[in-house]
Design a protein around this ligand. Structure first.
Ligand SMILES: Cc1cc2nc3c(=O)[nH]c(=O)nc-3n(C[C@H](O)[C@H](O)[C@H](O)COP(=O)(O)O)c2cc1C
Length: 338
């Protein structure tokens, strides 16, 4: 039997497929179903900074210190509160999920600015969370805010969550940073034990009839995996902590690519919404079949084999790739013309 176990956040997981943060895990039946299908850990749906600030009645304080983006995002809260659990409900859910399954339960906090709300990470830990995933979705909309300031804010936030808890903290990052290797190294110094690549960039759509800007959420396609593979492959070997990939993981092949790039685990959300939770079991069976055919004894031995530090030609990961890709396209076009 092929050994699919992988090490993530200091724990040996039974396999590489982790359920990404999604409302699917808001049902305890689903949580059990995920474990039965072969998920090796589950990231619960997020609690939001804005929601915590409101519920804790520290809103005035937060607003007086807060950012414009924080105030703007409060406009969405009526919808958010329909969709999300209350603080107490969330803690109860962490506890019940932990009791229902043997695999690690990772609670998720979602916010952008340092503040009192991060103390909630400790309550998640006390409720039984095995780890915390901190989703740090932030957008620069103010021309006075520099990238250095945004990064410092992020580091401060991560540092304050990491010092509030003993369980490991994974940081779910956006890809829109100028020097990811440098930022990731500093995030590790701030206490992050894993980096989750990447947050999806939910871009609002325009309704040109009503002249409205609307939030839009589409499930991912496997093409979203490519930038994640690229960055994981660049980061692998330069970090002490783990890498997780979320975004575009739909099949066994995608999971393998993630591990070969250097990730310890691959997370699935859209694929489970589209194909059902049992899809995890099918992907694991395909993964075993593929490894068996090629006489691998363990999945772990494939980790990082296509990372930038492992391949003889690093140009696909560097600027050389840009030039090669563009020139190969014009060559094909030219040949097609004959
Ligand atoms: C319906 C839905 C709800 C989501 N809610 C959260 C959330 O609360 N917190 C979070 O960090 N990510 C959330 N995500 C993002 C997923 O965790 C995941 O990172 C993203 O969908 C990319 O993975 P995928 O390609 O497998 O869908 C959500 C995704 C979906 C589809």
């Amino acid at each position: 039997m092929i050994d699919l176990s992988m090490q993530y956040l200091g724990v040996k997981l039974s396999g590489p497929i982790v359920v990404a943060s999604t409302p699917l895990s808001e049902s305890i039946d689903n949580v059990r179903h995920m474990e039965d299908a072969g998920a090796s850990a589950i990231v619960l749906t997020s609690l939001f900074e804005e929601q915590l600030a409101l519920e804790s009645r520290t809103l005035d304080e937060d607003l007086s210190r807060g950012t414009e983006s924080f105030a703007e995002s409060l406009d969405f809260l009526p919808e958010l509160s329909d969709y999300r659990m209350s603080q107490d409900g969330y803690l109860e859910h962490v506890k019940r999920a932990g009791e229902a399954v043997d695999i690690p339960i990772i609670a998720s906090l979602n916010g952008a600015t340092p503040g009192g709300w991060v103390r909630f990470a400790r309550e998640m830990e006390q409720a039984g969370a095995d780890a915390i995933e901190l989703n740090t979705f932030a957008l620069a909309t103010d021309r006075r805010q520099t990238s250095a300031e945004l990064e410092l804010q992020l580091l401060e936030l991560v540092g304050s969550v990491c010092s509030a808890v003993r369980v490991p903290v994974a940081v779910k990052l956006s890809s829109s940073y100028t020097s990811l290797p440098n930022l990731c190294a500093r995030l590790e110094d701030a206490g992050a034990r894993a980096l989750v690549l990447f947050n999806r960039f939910y871009q609002p759509d325009f309704d040109i009839e009503t002249l409205e800007v609307r939030p839009s959420l589409h499930f991912s396609t496997p093409s979203e995996l490519l930038p994640r593979l690229h960055w994981a492959a660049i980061l692998y070997g330069h970090l002490n902590g783990d890498i997780a990939i979320t975004g575009g993981v739909h099949s066994a092949e995608d999971v393998l690519k993630a591990i070969m790039a250097g990730a310890s685990v691959a997370m699935m959300a859209s694929a489970l919404h589209i194909h059902g939770i049992e899809h995890i079991g099918r992907a694991l069976a395909d993964l075993r079949y593929w490894l068996d055919k090629r006489e691998y004894a363990t999945l772990a031995e494939t980790r990082g084999c296509l990372s930038r530090r492992s391949v003889p030609d690093t140009s696909p990961y560097d600027r050389g790739n840009y030039i090669k890709t563009l020139s190969s396209y014009s060559l094909r076009q030219t040949l097609a013309a004959f």
